[in-house]
Write a protein that binds this ligand. Structure first.
Ligand SMILES: *Cc1c(COP(=O)(O)O)cnc(C)c1O
Length: 432
C-alpha cells in the first residue's frame, strides 16, 4: 500500500492551478491556503482522493468576500428596514464607485488647499431646499437628533409632546436617545391630545428647543389634537422638526407626510431627517435650517464623531442631482402599468407549467414613512412553497404570504428586474 501522505498534492502546486489562483486573487491567499490545508488533511484521513483536493478546497470557499446577498424586494414595502431601506439610483451607484478611490472630498483642486468637506453634496442639498440657510449631514436621522440635542439643549430642556415620544425600531426610543445627550425632557400633553397652551406653559428660560417629531410609524385616530410647526414657532423658542422620512418638498401622493421646505417655511429653526427613506438615498441624517444653528452643530466636537464618509457624500450628491430614484419611481408607477408587468410574468410562468395568477394587493411605503397609507398594487400569486424556495435562491427574492399564496408584489421592483424575477421563479420551480 502506498503511503497516502506521499500522494497529497503540494500546496504550492495547488496554488498555481488557475481556478485556485483566481480564488486567491478574489479572496486573499491566506483564506485559500486554509481551505487547501483542510482538504489535504481529509486526504490524510482517507476521506478524499488526492485528485479531489483542488475541487474540495474550491467548494469550501465563497464566491465573493462579502457574505451579504442580493435580495429582490417583492414584499410591496418600498422602504424595507430589513432590506436596507432605499435602493440607490444608478447615478448614486456610479458615484460610489468613483468615490471608492482617492477623491477631492476635502480638497480644493483649484488652489491646492483644504476645501470644505463634501461641498458637492452640501450645495445639492442647499439647491433643493432654498429655505434652509445652512445644511449639514451626519450618519443617520438619530445622529442628527443627537447632535441637535447635544449642541442646543444639553443641561437644558427639550419640550416634547407625549404623543410624539416614538420608538423608532429594534427597541430604540427617541426619548432615551435625547436624554442620553444630557438634555432633560419636558413632556407636555397626553398620548392623544396636546394644545399650544400646553407648550406655552412649558417654554421658559431653560428651554433648549421645542421638538416636533413626526409619528412616522404609527397613526393615532379618534379624539386627537396636535400643534403644527407654525403655531409652535410663535412661542419664542427654536423649533426643531424631526420629519423622519426625508421628503425635501411636498409630495402630491403623500399629502400627510411632512417635508423639509414646508417645515422651514412654517418657521422651524432646524429640520432633521433620514437620507435612506423617501429621499431615496444612502443612510445619512440631514440637518437643514438656520445658518447660525447649523454652524454651531457643525463646529460641535460631537460632529466629528457623527461625520459621514466620502462614499455617503458621493451617493447623496448623486441621489439629489441624478434622475428619479427607484423609491420615487416605485411611488409613482401606476396600477395599470404594474398590472401589465404582472400579466406578462404570469403568462410566461403559465407557459412553463407554473400555476401563477394576477393578484390585487396593497403596498406600503414602510421604513418609517407615510404610516397608514396604502398604495394600490399588483402581485404575481404563487403556491406558498415558493416563498422559501425563492428566499433561498440567488438572487434571493422576498415576497409575502397572504391568503395562502406567495405574493410577489412588483411595486418596489424596477421594471428591469422583472426578467430576473421570472428566472428566479423558474429556478425555484425545480426546488418546490
Ligand atoms: C426614521 C426616523 C428616525 C430615525 O432615523 P434613522 O435614520 O433611522 O436613524 C427618527 N425620527 C423619525 C421621525 C423617523 O421617522
Amino acid at each position: 500500500m502506498p503511503d497516502p501522505r506521499r500522494q497529497v498534492p503540494r500546496t504550492d502546486v495547488l496554488l498555481a492551478e488557475p481556478l485556485i489562483a483566481a480564488a486567491a486573487e478574489r479572496l486573499g491567499r491566506d483564506r485559500v491556503k486554509q481551505a487547501i490545508v483542510a482538504a489535504q488533511d481529509r486526504v490524510r484521513a482517507g476521506e478524499l482522493q488526492p485528485a479531489e483536493v483542488a475541487g474540495a478546497a474550491l467548494a469550501q470557499l465563497p464566491e465573493q468576500p462579502v457574505s451579504g446577498r442580493e435580495v429582490l424586494n417583492a414584499t410591496g414595502v418600498l422602504l424595507h428596514t430589513n432590506l436596507g431601506r432605499a435602493p440607490l439610483s444608478d447615478a448614486a451607484r456610479a458615484a460610489l464607485l468613483l468615490a471608492a478611490g482617492t477623491t477631492d472630498v476635502e480638497l480644493d483642486l483649484a488652489t491646492g488647499s483644504r476645501g470644505p468637506r463634501g461641498r458637492g453634496a452640501m450645495s445639492e442639498l442647499a439647491r433643493h431646499v432654498p429655505a434652509a440657510g445652512g445644511v449639514h449631514v451626519v450618519n443617520n436621522g438619530a445622529a442628527a437628533l443627537v447632535l441637535a440635542a447635544t449642541a442646543l439643549a444639553a443641561g437644558r430642556e427639550i419640550v416634547i409632546s407625549r404623543g410624539e415620544m416614538v420608538e423608532i425600531g429594534d427597541g430604540f426610543r427617541l426619548p432615551d436617545l435625547l436624554v442620553s445627550t444630557g438634555a432633560r425632557l419636558r413632556e407636555v400633553g397626553t398620548t392623544n391630545r396636546v394644545t399650544v397652551a400646553d407648550y406655552a406653559d412649558a417654554v421658559g428660560p431653560d428651554t433648549g428647543f421645542i421638538l416636533k417629531v413626526h409619528p412616522s410609524n404609527f397613526v393615532v385616530t379618534g379624539f386627537t389634537a396636535s400643534v403644527d410647526v407654525a403655531e409652535l414657532a410663535t412661542l419664542g423658542a427654536p423649533v426643531v422638526a424631526d420629519i423622519g422620512s426625508g421628503l425635501l418638498a411636498a409630495h402630491p401622493l403623500l399629502p400627510a407626510e411632512p417635508d423639509a421646505a414646508s417645515a422651514l417655511r412654517a418657521g422651524a429653526a432646524l429640520v432633521t431627517a433620514s437620507g435612506d427613506k423617501l429621499l431615496g438615498g444612502p443612510q445619512c441624517g440631514l440637518l437643514l435650517g438656520r445658518a447660525d444653528l447649523v454652524v454651531r452643530l457643525r463646529r460641535h466636537p460631537l460632529a466629528r464623531a457623527l461625520r459621514v464618509d466620502k462614499l455617503t457624500l458621493a451617493a447623496l450628491e448623486a441621489t439629489l442631482g441624478g434622475g428619479p430614484t427607484p423609491t420615487a419611481l416605485a411611488l409613482s408607477i401606476t396600477v395599470a402599468e404594474l398590472r401589465r408587468r404582472v400579466d406578462r410574468l404570469v403568462e410566461a410562468l403559465d407557459g412553463n407549467g407554473i400555476e401563477a395568477s394576477t393578484v390585487d394587493t396593497d403596498a406600503a411605503v414602510g421604513g418609517g414613512g407615510a404610516p397608514g397609507v396604502t398604495l394600490p398594487s399588483v402581485a404575481v400569486g404563487l403556491p406558498t412553497p415558493y416563498a422559501e424556495a425563492l428566499r433561498l435562491g440567488r438572487p434571493a427574492v422576498l415576497g409575502r404570504l397572504e391568503h395562502d399564496r406567495c405574493l410577489l408584489d412588483l411595486r418596489a421592483l424596477a421594471p428591469a428586474d422583472d426578467q430576473r424575477v421570472l428566472a428566479a421563479v423558474l429556478a425555484a420551480a425545480a426546488r418546490v
